[in-house]
Design a protein. Structure first.
Length: 130
């Protein structure tokens, strides 16, 4: 059973918690418009934290792999909401599909309703700036 979600103007943490629960229940989840999801907070702090996180690897180290593509960045953040060290968490992560833009099958995608915070940044802007 596939469940479709639209991430447009939805806080990343809000949609992430719903998606993680569905994945752990055994459903296949497809998230569209990942680049339009928002991260609340001060723009400079968000960019600073992610660039610091991205630079932790250093030269020759295996360090954290952070993609600059919005849907892969979304998927990597979703990985943090799953029990990655357990088999069920890795299997759940394999059932997640993220897309930039829309796809034909996701015309009736569910939207998670949340209030837009005063200070926020879109995931597409974050991926350009890190």
């Amino acid at each position: 059973m596939k469940v479709y979600y639209d991430a447009t103007d939805t806080a990343l943490g809000r949609i992430g918690s719903v998606v993680a629960k569905d994945l752990l229940k055994g459903k296949e989840v497809v998230v569209v418009n990942c680049e339009k999801s928002i991260i609340s907070g001060n723009k400079n702090e968000i960019i600073g934290n992610l660039t610091h996180w991205r630079g932790l690897g250093g030269l020759g180290q295996k360090g954290p792999k952070v993609s600059r593509v919005p849907h892969m960045l979304f998927k990597r953040m979703m990985r943090g909401m799953l029990p990655w060290n357990k088999t069920k968490g890795r299997e759940a992560y394999d059932r997640l599909r993220c897309y930039t833009g829309t796809i034909d099958e996701a015309k009736d995608a569910k939207k998670i309703v949340s209030n837009k915070p005063i200070k926020f940044i879109y995931l597409s802007e974050v991926s350009k700036l890190i």
